[in-house]
Design a protein around this ligand. Structure first.
Ligand code: C2G
Length: 134
């Protein structure tokens, strides 16, 4: 039987940390589904909109060879439903989310993978800002 892996994220200003987690998630199973968070969800969580709008973030993630399927993640509160709808066997998240999704261990395996060091969307935005200010 094939193993379905699912993961979620914003993937704003797509970078190598995103490539690494998607590649590793793919390697854990036979089919990788990715939920890409909405602009509105980011605004309500972080108080700012992503740099890239959701349609573009979705398109970038969908273009990866390791990604089989994408959908828009409307809310953190729908996670259980998403896992059921997509028949997920394994939920993968980076370890910045360590423990946060353990409640779903009753319906699938939950794995937290180490984040890629020294890169983040926030740092990239900060770096660009400081170059403009110089
Ligand atoms: N990531 C990583 N290494 C980095 C940066 C990010 O492994 N240097 C991983 C994160 O741990 C996450 C994924 O890449 O698993 C996407 O990260 P973000 O785009 O920051 O996603 P986030 O805003 O945390 O959204 O339902 C959960 C949310 O949609 C997650």
């Amino acid at each position: 039987m094939s193993t379905k892996v699912i993961t979620f994220g914003t993937y704003d200003v797509f970078h190598v940390g995103h490539v690494n987690i998607l590649t590793r998630a793919h390697d854990l199973g036979d089919h990788l589904t990715v939920g890409v968070s909405t602009d509105a969800m980011n605004f309500s969580k972080k108080g700012r909109y992503p740099v890239y709008r959701q349609e573009h973030r979705l398109e970038i993630v969908a273009s990866m060879a390791c990604v089989d399927e994408v959908f828009i993640e409307e809310s953190l509160d729908l996670k259980r439903q998403y896992l059921i709808d997509h028949k997920a066997d394994i939920l993968v998240m980076g370890n910045d989310w360590e423990g946060r999704f353990d409640e779903f261990k009753d319906i699938c395996e939950v794995k937290y993978l180490p984040r890629t060091d020294d890169i983040s969307t926030t740092d990239i935005i900060q770096d660009i800002r400081s170059r403009i200010d110089d």
